[in-house]
Write a protein that binds this ligand. Structure first.
Ligand SMILES: O=C(O)CCC(=O)C(=O)O
Ligand SMILES: [Fe+2]
Length: 351
């Protein structure tokens, strides 16, 4: 599929015209052999015109490959490295210790390898599924008196943390990592808002009570598992997902040509991809691109941060994004309904 960049930059986005994407980005999405690289340093430094240029690049990327990698993002590398180290140590705990933090009905906490179907609706036929990855889900941390905790709302419980006697720094280092990623996501929210043809603060209200979600993924690795899937093809439920690049291979992204490319590591870069919530707000114009992970040769940790709106936000197409006479493509839902439906579908226990 060839992307018509002229059309992408001019029409269908609430009539808001942005500059052309930079030649590097235009080339990257034309050939689709690796993720387009975006330097967000000028934008974060508040340089004149940087927001508009970045938004133009994001609009072109999200209208095609749906994945990019950002550099000069300001997240301290030591926060990432130290969080990753904590994840490794947690998954090295004995099985009977880990089972104490089993995710339960809220799907918050630990889940062992091979325990869930990990089949996402729409992807059943992709390939024999394996789901060999283990995980630990950490949602926005809540206090015991949080109204949703008190009411026992599913998926809105308190997080489970490993015993501090065993892992004294886990909670602090994971929270520090997530807080830095969420800060960055809020800065990118303004870029996405402009890319969607809105004012920079148009989405702020929807995200004021952001229900972000952190997944700590652990792949034990297997040297002989050539090409087998550990994390099956899926699109993320999120608005956007931020994921520090891993030096251990495995992540693959589906291109508009419907082939799969291996993501090559750019040390220090953070992957940004659009999720299903973004896809719905744009009435299908911004991609929630399928991706998957092959069984890595060695131990591998990945820590995606799913950046989400508040539970009460709706998936209505943004102004100007359902062109006149065009039907909305997705049934109306609030974020909570969308999230609960997604998580429950793919974490069905394996029979
Ligand atoms: O492990 C990775 O690199 C990606 C993980 C992923 O796609 C996910 O957890 O949604
Ligand atoms: Fe994902």
């Amino acid at each position: 599929m060839r992307v018509n960049l002229g059309e992408v930059s001019m029409s269908n986005f609430n009539g808001i015209k942005l500059p052309d994407p930079t030649p590097e980005v235009a080339h990257a999405i034309e050939v689709c052999t690796e993720l387009p690289l975006l330097d967000v340093g000028d934008y974060l430094a508040g340089k004149d015109g940087a927001l508009e240029q970045l938004a133009a690049n994001v609009r072109a990327i999200q209208s095609s490959l749906g994945f990019s990698a950002i550099v000069n993002h300001g997240v301290d590398q030591s926060f990432i490295d130290e969080a990753e180290q904590q994840v490794k140590e947690a998954f090295h705990l004995p099985q009977d210790e880990l089972q104490k933090y089993f995710h339960g009905e809220h799907i918050q906490g630990y889940w062992p390898a091979n325990s869930v179907t990990n089949v996402r609706p729409g992807y059943e036929a992709e390939k024999e599924w394996k789901s060999t990855l283990a995980g630990w889900a950490v949602l926005r941390d809540r206090e015991p008196d949080d109204p949703k905790v008190v009411k026992g709302i599913k998926h809105r419980a308190m997080n489970k943390w490993p015993d501090p006697k065993l892992l004294p720094d886990f909670k602090a280092k994971i929270n520090r990592y997530h807080n830095a990623m969420v800060d960055l996501a809020f800065k990118l929210l303004k870029v996405y808002s402009v890319a969607l043809g809105q004012s920079p603060d148009f989405l702020d209200e929807d995200f004021a009570d952001s229900e972000w979600y952190g997944r700590l993924n652990y792949y034990a690795g297997s040297p002989n598992a050539e090409g087998e899937l550990a994390n099956t093809a899926h699109s993320d439920h999120s608005f956007i997902t931020l994921l520090p690049m891993s030096p251990i291979p495995g992540l693959q992204v589906r291109t508009p040509r419907m082939d799969w490319i291996d993501v090559e590591c750019v040390p220090g870069a953070i992957i940004v991809n659009g999720g299903e919530w973004l896809n719905q707000l744009s009435n299908g114009r911004f991609m929630a691109t399928p991706h998957r992970v092959t069984e890595p040769p060695t131990e591998r940790v990945s820590m995606p941060l799913f950046f989400d709106p508040g539970d009460e936000a709706f998936n209505d197409p943004l102004p100007g994004l359902a062109a006149e006479g065009e039907e909305r493509k997705y049934p109306r839902k609030n974020f909570y309904e969308h999230f609960a439906g997604y998580i429950d579908a793919y974490t069905t226990p394996k029979k």
